[in-house]
Design a protein around this ligand. Sequence first.
Ligand SMILES: O=C(O)C1=C[C@@H](OP(=O)(O)O)[C@@H](O)[C@H](O)C1
Ligand SMILES: C=C(OP(=O)(O)O)C(=O)O
Length: 431
Amino acid sequence: MDIIVSPTPVLNGEIQALSSKNYTTRYLLVAALAEGTSTIYYPAHSEDSDAMRRCIRDLGAVISEDDEKIVITGFGRSPRDVKELNVGNAGAVLRFLMAVTALCKDVTFVNTYPDSLGKRPHDDLITALGQLGVEVEHQNGRLPIRIKGGEPKGGKIKVSGAVSSQYLSALLFLTPLLEEDSEIEVLDDLKSKVVVGQTLEVLEQAGIVIHASEDYMHFTVPGRQSYQAKTYTVQGDYPGSAAVLAAAAVTKSDVAIHRLTENSKQGERAIVDVLRMMDVPLTHENDIVRVQGNGKLKAVEFDGDTATDAVLAMVAAAVFAEGTSRFYNVENLRYKECDRITDYLTELRKAGANVEERQSEIIVHGRPEGVEGGVEINAHYDHRVIMALSIVGLRSKQPIRIKDAHHVAKSYPQFFDHMALLGASVEWTEN
Ligand SMILES: O=C(O)C1=C[C@@H](OP(=O)(O)O)[C@@H](O)[C@H](O)C1
Ligand SMILES: C=C(OP(=O)(O)O)C(=O)O
């Protein structure tokens, strides 16, 4: 399905934030790794969180669900010996489960998105699992991937964090269950470091003890631990909400999003600070972010690695700012659902934006007068590209058509319903 986004000068209204994708995938996993019965209130419903549900069920978790909660009886340290797992297009789900299935005998992760997840690299995690004696068959570091696990013991592990933090998070979920204590050293650099804070927070809630150095480059993990069955509540999702807030910032608006925790560990809460730096009128009180946009924005400079999943929305807002904005330290955007620098900027340019790329930077020369639009956008299978181009469409002179916009459901299936509710002119159409 395609979506047509037409010029929309005004947005008004209130919505509840969608539930956090990153917390949902993590709570589902720690519930599956516990032996008792856990309850998760307000889990996200999206393709990625459904992928984790499906895979933990295949691995032996027993699940029941109603409108507000999911109840999971886990398989502890003994997942069922499945033959195949399908994670859809979910990178984090794949990486976390590549580590956990080291406890299985022989599992193959199939390749159902050859042009998206199928192109993403997993070499650094494969190397780290090799240090635990886990044999991995792969296609040049990519899917399909076959894990021949069995009985990894723990010990010393080195893992690079230069491409993704998900490899480290994956090892942090696995190692507490192993026979021996583990020491994990992060090599090179650690990208998306803030997300590791979310992993550690959830592990602690699940009763797991991990000793982390302050810079998250070194970890001591006692072995023979057990995940405890607990009750969890998922907070609102900043990365998805960032797109709605950026849309409000580029229009004349009065938009409020509820359920956005002020002291959240989600780095993407920086959308609030970045819009403030851009002179967008907003408040953040009682977990409600309210933007009263006047359409005027000022350029900004920002270290994007601290808020990786909100950068595309920030860039879309900067397209309409006065002056030149710079988003730096964002190289790992190249290893996401698409190359979120080259592919994204190609689509922005099509719509009429004035943008430049460096290996690890996005530079935006703002066009407060608006952009031309009137084009067809390739979504590159990327939910965040779809949301970001929708923001641009609101302030284009001619409507833009985003091809295959249904991929927005990877993280935020109700995005266009929320936008329509706020008054955006958006219309689904067959492709
Ligand atoms: O651990 C996680 O759940 C995630 C980590 C981040 O990836 P990288 O560490 O690859 O940047 C983020 O972009 C992704 O959406 C979810
Ligand atoms: C990159 C993302 O997800 P993942 O890496 O889990 O596929 C995302 O949600 O923007």
